[in-house]
Design a protein around this ligand. Structure first.
Ligand code: C5P
Length: 220
C-alpha cells in the first residue's frame, strides 16, 4: 500500500496551515507546507535580482529545482539563513502567487513535494495537493471560509506578530490572490473531484480538527 496522505487545499487564509499542522501533530505524520516552497522560491528569485514574470520563468524554475531549503521544526531556512518571518509577509504571499503561476516553476517543485511522503504518513497543505501532487491521497479536504472571516483571521495573525495591517486592504489583497490562483492555466485552485468540503467560518480549530479526524477514521 502507498504511504497515506491527507490533503488540505483551499484559498488564502482559510486556516489550512493550522489545520494541517495540527492533524500532522495528532497523527504523528509528516507535514508539507507547500505554499512555503513558492514563498521561498519567490524570495530566492528576488534576491537573485529576477523579476517575477514569465520572461524569467526558466531562471526562476532553475532556482526552484535546487532550492537550498531546510525545514527545522517550525523554522524555515534558505541557504543557511532563517527566513521564517521573511516569507510570511503579505508581500511574500503575493510574490509566491506570481511565481506559482509559472508552469516551469510548478514542475520544478514536484519532486521536492513528493519527497515529503514518508512513513508513517503525510499531511500536505496547499492549492493543488489533491488535484495534482497527491491525486491518490486517501483523504482530500477542501477548506473554505468567507472572505470576511479569512481577512479578519489574517489581520489578527499579522497584528499579533507585530506586523502593520489594514483589514480592508487585506481583504482586497486576498481576493486578488484567490482570483489569480483560481484562474491560472496550470493547477488552478479548485476542489478535487473527490474532495470533502469543509467551511470553517463558524468552527473553532478544534471543531475542524475533530471533523477531519472523524472522516479519517471512517477511511481506515
Ligand atoms: O498557502 P500560502 O499562502 O503560503 O501560499 C502562497 C501562494 O503560493 C498562494 O497564493 C499560491 O499562489 C501559491 N501556492 C500554489 N500551490 C500550492 C501552494 C501555494 O500555487 N500548492
Amino acid at each position: 500500500a502507498r504511504i497515506p496522505v491527507i490533503c488540505v487545499d483551499g484559498p488564502t487564509a482559510s486556516g489550512k496551515g493550522t489545520l494541517a499542522a495540527t492533524l500532522a501533530h495528532r497523527l504523528g505524520y509528516h507535514y508539507l507546507d507547500s505554499g512555503a516552497l513558492y514563498r521561498i522560491t519567490a524570495l530566492a528569485a528576488g534576491r537573485a535580482g529576477l523579476a517575477l514574470d514569465a520572461a524569467h520563468e526558466v531562471a526562476i524554475a532553475a532556482l526552484a529545482q535546487r532550492l537550498p531549503v531546510r525545514f527545522v521544526g517550525d523554522q524555515v531556512w534558505l541557504d543557511g539563513a532563517d527566513v521564517t518571518d521573511a516569507i510570511r509577509t503579505e508581500e511574500a504571499g503575493m510574490n509566491a502567487s506570481k511565481v506559482s503561476a509559472l508552469p516551469a516553476v510548478r514542475t520544478a517543485l514536484i519532486t521536492l513535494q513528493h519527497s515529503f511522503r514518508q512513513l508513517p504518513g503525510l499531511v500536505a497543505d496547499g492549492r493543488d495537493m489533491g488535484t495534482v501532487i497527491f491525486p491518490d491521497a486517501l483523504l482530500k479536504i477542501y477548506l473554505t471560509a468567507s472572505a470576511g472571516h479569512r481577512a479578519e483571521r489574517r489581520y489578527k495573525q499579522l497584528i499579533s506578530k507585530g506586523f502593520p495591517a489594514i483589514l480592508d486592504n487585506l481583504r482586497t489583497d486576498l481576493e486578488a490572490r484567490d482570483a489569480r490562483d483560481s484562474s491560472r492555466s496550470v493547477a488552478p485552485l479548485k476542489p478535487a473531484g473527490d474532495a470533502l468540503l469543509l467551511d470553517n467560518s463558524d468552527l473553532t480549530i478544534e471543531e475542524s480538527v475533530n471533523q477531519v479526524l472523524g472522516w479519517w477514521r471512517g477511511k481506515q
